[in-house]
Design a protein around this ligand. Structure first.
Ligand code: FES
Ligand SMILES: [Fe+2]
Length: 353
């Protein structure tokens, strides 16, 4: 059995991998919530399965073993396991030894990602997987990629639930607009939690004179009103929906978002994290594979040079991962991030009893 660290929320769906990271017959290994996990696809159906990446005999990684059809043979002494975790064969006995089964985990492929449930298996309800259905829209050319950072997973929530850092940390890349956040006439920021335990926040900025990094459907030269609606779902799954209209127009006249983003963070360990990020957009010039790769490289570079190092610094400055216990200064735009911190603390406390 796995040890459940109180650093994490266990009874929740976490992204384990992008769907295309697990391909063919490969045995894919990834540490999630400090648990070594093996993921692979069954032949024929292509269904992805997940199990503890630890042989019950001498604890070798099963991911270093050999695939035998839909079974995995341990590289060390040859015990063999089925996709359901059952030990099917021992080279030393007629029947598999007792107690040799490997723990499996519910795994669901949805929205081009593989979602894993590492908590109580009987509580795993696939309908509770957060909605990132924009990733299913081929006409929006969905792009998804994976980052890694050296920091606690909750730093990802803090970072993405408080986007005013764009104005400072990202001035040379995506934070082009030079007004001070919170001092733009008519700007509105709201954040609240709902009965489903989500946090919903909206930033509405009127009368922006210049297009920034992204085209938003409003003709160039026309000032526009722009907004970002963020939905956060535990533990660290966020969706941004961004829209714009010519300044002063009814926001309801916006036919569709010009961009939607997926940001999902899964702890690797208490101090390192996986970050799955994805975009769909209606307007971009380069829509071929090379343009897509440029787009991914651009954002990966920003994260690697700007957000990642900040999170690493913060990790080094905090003696525990409980931000609120460190008595931080709170700014008006922290509301969404603080709501998330509180909900996460409640969920962890409830699970730990
Ligand atoms: S460690 Fe796997 S069979 Fe021995
Ligand atoms: Fe950032």
């Amino acid at each position: 059995m796995i040890t459940r660290s109180p650093e994490f929320i266990w009874n929740a769906w976490h992204v384990a991998a992008l769907a295309n990271e697990v391909a063919g017959d490969a045995l894919f290994a990834r540490r999630l919530l400090d648990v070594p996990v093996l993921i692979y696809r069954k032949q024929g159906s292509g269904e992805a399965v997940a199990m503890l990446d630890r042989c019950p005999h001498r604890f070798a990684y099963l991911s270093k073993g050999l695939r035998k059809g839909d079974e995995v043979e341990c590289i060390y002494h040859g015990l063999r396991f089925g996709a359901d975790g059952r030990c099917t064969h021992s080279p030393y006995q007629d029947a598999p030894p007792p107690g040799a089964d490997v723990q499996t985990f519910p795994l669901v492929e949805k929205h081009r990602m593989l979602w894993i449930w590492l908590g109580d298996a009987d509580k795993a309800d696939p309908s509770a997987i957060p909605d990132h259905s924009h990733m299913d829209r081929d006409d929006m050319r969905p792009l998804l990629w994976h980052y890694h950072f050296n920091g606690n997973w909750q730093l990802g929530n803090d970072n993405l639930m408080e986007l005013t850092h764009l104005f400072f940390l990202h001035t040379s890349t995506i934070g082009g607009w030079k007004e001070e956040p919170g001092k733009v006439p008519g700007e509105v920021y709201t954040a609240r939690s709902d009965e489903q335990g989500r946090v919903l926040s909206r930033t509405f900025v009127p009368n922006i004179p210049e297009h920034g990094t992204f085209d938003n459907g409003v003709p160039h030269g026309t000032p526009f009103d722009q907004w970002n609606d963020t939905v956060w779902e535990a533990p660290a799954n966020m969706r941004f929906t961004m829209g714009a209209v010519p300044a002063g127009d009814d926001p309801a006249s916006c036919r569709q978002p010009y961009m939607e983003q997926t940001h999902c963070i899964t702890p690797e360990t208490a101090t390192t994290s996986h970050y799955f990020s994805g975009f769909t957009r209606i307007i971009e010039l380069e829509r071929d594979a090379a343009g897509d790769q440029q787009f991914i490289d651009f954002f990966s570079g920003i994260f690697a040079r700007e957000d990642g190092p900040i999170m690493e610094d913060i990790e080094a400055q905090m003696s525990s991962h409980d931000l609120l216990a460190h008595n931080p200064v709170v700014l008006p735009r922290d509301k969404g991030a603080i709501l998330v911190r509180r909900l996460v603390a409640q969920r962890i406390a409830a699970e730990q009893g």
